[in-house]
Design a protein around this ligand. Sequence first.
Ligand code: AMP
Length: 211
Amino acid sequence: MSPSYSSLNLVLLGPPGSGKSTQASRLASSFHLPHISTRAMLRDEVDRGTSVGVDARKVMERGELVPDRVLAGLMLQRLDRDDCARGCILDGYPRTVEQAILLDGILAELGRSIERVVLIDLPLEVGVRRLIDAGDVVENNGAIVVEDVSVTGRHDYEDVVRERCRVWRENAPALLDFYRHRGLLLEIAGDRPIDEVGETVRQAVGAPVGA
Ligand code: AMP
């Protein structure tokens, strides 16, 4: 039988192209929990032209990581909102062990903790191929200049995607171990149709009470 939770703070992890945002959004609607995407939060800051947004834009355009203190501030504000009382689906955070430790601190401050972590597992080359096939990546960077990279759409260019893959490769092993050692990590094969992956994730996680 699937486990049941009185609250469910769930982290979704996966390499670029794993479909983790799609799965996060599906889980959020089926469990009636907020979907918290750092990409969407940062994009909102960029669109509103806030000082966080102006700085974040440059970093995002390169596929690098926005500084921890910036994300930690945004996460504290967001997780403290009433709609997170029963938990949330975190998409894009944490990405490093340092962020995972910060997240534990933020949740502890709010009297909560991570109940589950799901890895949508996929070889990097398969994820990148998916991004290319979906038209999210231009295969030959050629004459494209960085200023034209849109961080508000899903258009990442080859060098940006390469950097995002590098960041994943560099940080994922330690982050996964961090959660594996605490018995929180569920690993789901992601190289399957999106509906199948979604159903496996939902079954493996189990619904929170009231969902
Ligand atoms: P994503 O589409 O989820 O890979 O996010 C797009 C970009 O937003 C990343 O390449 C980073 O520049 C930035 N970003 C999103 N989440 C984080 C995070 N947890 N820490 C640092 N930067 C992030």
